[in-house]
Structures are given as structure tokens and as C-alpha cells.
Design a protein around this ligand. Structure first.
Ligand SMILES: Nc1ncnc2c1ncn2[C@@H]1O[C@H](COP(=O)(O)OP(=O)(O)OP(=O)(O)O)[C@@H](O)[C@H]1O
Ligand SMILES: [Mg+2]
Length: 232
């Protein structure tokens, strides 16, 4: 297969259960989908249906109970902890509802950090981080700490941080869940602009159907299964 046509993400018969002493809770029973380069998938479903669980599994932050996840032709479960951490840092970007920026670091430093984990080239990290902060419209906020930024600006810093290592796959869990409607729309416009510019494959969890409808495909989770649905 030509590399161009290689799937970026393959989720095959994925299952996940959580076991406690008292019981086993099956959250995902049989989820399958494939995403190619520059394709986006929205994941919707009621609270507790396993949307975050699915993202965590795809990002290798938790272990599957059944089925498999293949990212760029590599099976996540075949990797050791160290390999997975390295693979994740290079290939997968995460954006969450709360930005998780480090409060004592500036916007520039927050964006630089994932780069510095992979390479100790501080100058290259700084240049790349400043450029990305420019792309998200924050070139005049480089030295601001998170508390000195608005919610939308903080989320744009988080987006820049998720892209610093040029991942091919970006996972977003309610990226605008904490923002007002206008700011949400601006942040999502930015997300899609960057997705095109960087050829990103995106999995986006959202409660907002208008936002979910912006993705190429949409699945709804319910009772452990998923169905493809069409949103206008
Ligand atoms: N570490 C865990 N141990 C046990 N149960 C868990 C764990 N993580 C999640 N769950 C359970 O799995 C179910 C799915 O949780 P998940 O966070 O994936 O839902 P969600 O669809 O993201 O919901 P929301 O829309 O509220 O964010 C929930 O019932 C939750 O209680
Ligand atoms: Mg969730």
C-alpha cells in the first residue's frame, strides 16, 4: 500500500471494561473505525457512554480489554511503556477541555516543553514554539502566564502545544467545553485551519452537535456500541 493511502488510525473491535472488587463495568463492547490522513471523526454520546475512555485508549493512555488500536501501522499494545511514551510524544497530540497548561510557565515555555522532551535543542524549541504561537494568533502573548490569558487564549496555547512535535493524529476531548459560543467557534475555526495546514487526522469528542457536524464523519456511542450517523 502506498504510504499516502495508509490509514492513520485503525480501531478494530475495541472493548474496554473496568473491574473493581465488586463488579466489572463494560464501557465499550465493539467499536471499529478507520481514519485516513486529514480525515476527522466526531464522537458524540451521552455522558458516561465512554467517549473519553475511547480517546484515552486511542492515545495509549489506558489499556484495551479487547480488540486493537493501530496508529501509523503500529499496534499500540505491542509497545513497551517507554516506546509508547516516545511514540505518543512524537505522533499524537492531545487537547482537553481544561488546557492543563503549567501555571508557572509562560505561553512560550508551555509550548516548548513537549519539544524539549524529545530533543534538548532549546533554540529550535523556542523558534518552533514562537512560530506556532504566531499561527494561533498569540505572537504578542509569548511571555504571558496562563492566568494572564483569556480562556480562549489558553486553549489556543494548548493547541499550539499539542502541535509542536508535528503529530499526525490529534485527539480532542471537549476542546471548547469550557468556552462561550463565540470563542468556541473561533477555536474550532482555528482547529480546522491547522488540521488542513498540517494534514492532521482528528478525533473530536463534543457534546455540541453543531461542532460535531463540522467533522468528516460522526459516531454516536451508546451502550458500548457505536453507530455512524449523519449530522447536517
Ligand atoms: N478508571 C476508571 N475506573 C472505573 N470506571 C471508570 C474509569 N474511567 C471511567 N469509568 C467509567 O466508564 C464510564 C465512561 O466514562 P467516560 O469518562 O469515558 O464517559 P464520557 O462519555 O467521556 O462522559 P462525559 O460526557 O461525562 O465526559 C463511566 O460510567 C465511568 O464511570
Ligand atoms: Mg468525557
Amino acid at each position: 500500500m502506498k504510504k499516502e493511502n495508509m490509514p492513520v488510525l485503525e480501531v478494530k473491535s475495541l472493548a474496554k471494561s473496568y473491574s473493581t472488587d465488586a463488579e466489572t463495568l463494560t464501557v465499550l463492547k465493539d467499536i471499529s473505525f478507520i481514519l485516513e490522513k486529514n480525515q476527522s471523526l466526531a464522537v458524540i454520546g451521552e455522558s458516561g457512554t465512554g467517549k473519553s475512555t475511547l480517546l484515552n485508549l486511542v492515545g495509549g493512555l489506558d489499556y484495551v480489554s479487547g480488540g486493537e488500536i493501530v496508529v501509523f501501522n503500529k499496534k499500540i499494545e505491542n509497545m513497551t511503556e517507554t516506546q509508547l511514551a516516545d511514540f505518543r510524544n512524537k505522533n499524537i497530540g492531545f487537547i482537553f477541555q481544561y488546557h492543563h497548561l503549567l501555571p508557572d510557565f509562560t505561553a512560550l515555555e508551555n509550548v516548548m516543553l513537549p519539544f524539549l522532551i524529545g530533543s534538548f535543542n532549546k533554540q529550535a524549541a523556542e523558534e518552533s514554539a514562537a512560530k506556532l504561537l504566531g499561527s494561533v494568533g498569540l505572537i504578542d502573548r509569548l511571555k504571558h502566564k496562563p492566568s494572564q490569558l483569556s480562556g480562549g487564549e489558553q486553549q489556543r496555547v494548548a493547541i499550539a502545544r499539542s502541535l509542536i512535535n508535528r503529530p499526525g493524529l490529534v485527539l480532542m476531548d471537549e476542546p471548547t467545553g469550557n468556552l462561550d459560543e463565540k470563542t468556541s467557534a473561533e477555536v474550532m475555526d482555528l482547529v480546522w485551519k491547522l488540521a488542513d495546514e498540517f494534514d492532521l487526522t482528528v478525533v473530536l469528542v463534543s457534546h455540541n452537535l453543531a461542532i460535531a457536524a463540522q467533522a468528516d464523519k460522526c459516531i454516536r456511542l451508546s451502550k458500548g456500541s457505536s453507530e455512524f450517523i449523519h449530522l447536517d
